[in-house]
Design a protein around this ligand. Structure first.
Ligand SMILES: CSC[C@H]1O[C@H](OP(=O)(O)O)[C@H](O)[C@@H]1O
Length: 363
């Protein structure tokens, strides 16, 4: 078993998992995305509580990355070696349930934790001492599976962007949001690696500026031309003919193809529809929640209003004193009829609807 599974190459390396022969000394080593792009700093999590806080604060963020980090977080559980089998299982299941409370919208978190729960529930009492290493192996597999999914999304999405010169994206659905390459950015990286370099407009994405801070940073690191625009500029850019396609990630996609993504995605889809510009969603199949019939049922995370009123921290207030009501939903839902295609690792779902989503998901 490798002792150091790093994340994406180059500067980001979002997630590393470190453990010696004794997996009890495990640690999850995260690139602290709250400090980018000014500071490249890593945060070491040695307990599930530290990992939960890191997800909650968006130290690590992005649906697939949240799932990978939470899977590693399960291995940080401390168990009394004298405990009986039921007590050991119970401790791990408590950690899994606790990590599931970190953020509500990205279904990849729950998909990854369910895979870890299956390992806890399947181990025989007589093999209990193997459980820590089996959990570490499963978390590493989740990480490796995501690398393969990102590469496939890049390959499957590239033909849709071939011929485009300018692509607009929202938030960050790149390597920083996944194991490597990303989802929305994966086709752009794939084309770049194969000699076709697009120009990318990166919506700054208020209030936490994942586009300005993260997408612009990682594309610049990769040598891909990127222009940061405020969220309010997207319509004017499309009207001027400066956008050939829009491609975004997703945090949860319902069975009918409705997709939840960072707040501000839905207005982009409306604008793209009005301007007859293709609007693509790129996501692995573990982002689909087939138990939800439509996007209206997707839980939307409500975050601290201070992220809106004080983006620069206590000294950077942008609006009236705290007494003013402020809303801060982290996501919105784009109806399937506004989505040209959903790009997955298994293929492209053109004109998504319940039937063709099921065809790909159940293949
Ligand atoms: C590849 S999933 C990326 C997805 O997650 C982001 O949300 P957050 O930064 O709050 O984790 C955003 O919705 C991205 O599209």
């Amino acid at each position: 078993m490798s002792t150091d599974v790093s994340g994406i190459p180059e500067a980001a390396e979002t997630i590393r998992y470190r453990h010696a022969d004794d997996v009890w000394s495990a640690a999850v080593d995260l690139l602290d995305q709250t400090l980018l792009p000014e500071t490249l700093s890593r945060l070491i999590c040695e307990t599930p509580g530290q990992l939960h806080d890191a997800i909650r604060r968006l130290v690590v963020r992005g649906a697939p990355a949240i799932g990978i980090a939470a899977a590693y977080g399960v291995t940080l559980t401390r168990v009394d070696s004298r405990a009986d089998a039921a007590a050991v299982r119970s401790r791990y299941l408590e950690t899994i349930d606790y990590l599931a409370t970190s953020r509500p919208t990205a279904v990849n978190l729950f998909w990854a934790l369910d895979r870890m729960k299956a390992v806890v529930q399947s181990v025989e009492d007589a093999e209990l001492e193997m459980l820590p290493n089996r959990l570490a192996d499963e978390a590493i597999r989740i990480h490796e599976d995501d690398r393969a999914m990102c590469r496939s999304i890049g390959i499957n999405g590239a033909p849709l962007l071939q011929g485009c010169q300018n692509v607009l994206t929202h938030c960050n659905a790149g390597g920083l949001a996944t194991s490597t390459l990303g989802t929305a950015l994966a086709p752009i990286y794939h084309l770049h690696e194969n000699g076709t370099t697009l120009h990318v407009y990166a919506d700054e994405t208020r209030p936490l500026l994942q586009g300005a801070r993260l997408t612009a940073w990682e594309l610049s690191q990769a040598g891909i031309p990127v222009t940061v625009c405020t969220d309010s500029m997207a319509g004017g850019l499309m009207k001027a003919g400066n956008v050939d396609a829009v491609i975004v990630g997703a945090d949860r996609i319902a069975a009918n193809g409705d997709a939840a993504n960072k707040i501000g995605t839905y207005p982009l889809a409306i604008l793209a529809h009005y301007h007859h510009i293709p609007f693509y969603v790129a996501a692995p199949t573990n982002t689909f929640d087939m138990a939800l019939a439509s996007g209206d049922l997707i839980p939307i995370e409500q975050r601290d209003p201070a992220e809106v009123t004080q983006p620069g921290g206590p000294s950077g207030r942008t609006t009236v004193p705290a007494s003013a009501k402020v809303t801060n939903p982290a996501f919105d839902v784009t109806p399937a009829e506004l989505i040209t295609a959903i790009i997955t690792e298994r293929g492209v779902i053109q004109t998504p609807n319940q039937a063709n989503v099921a065809e790909v998901l159940n293949a």
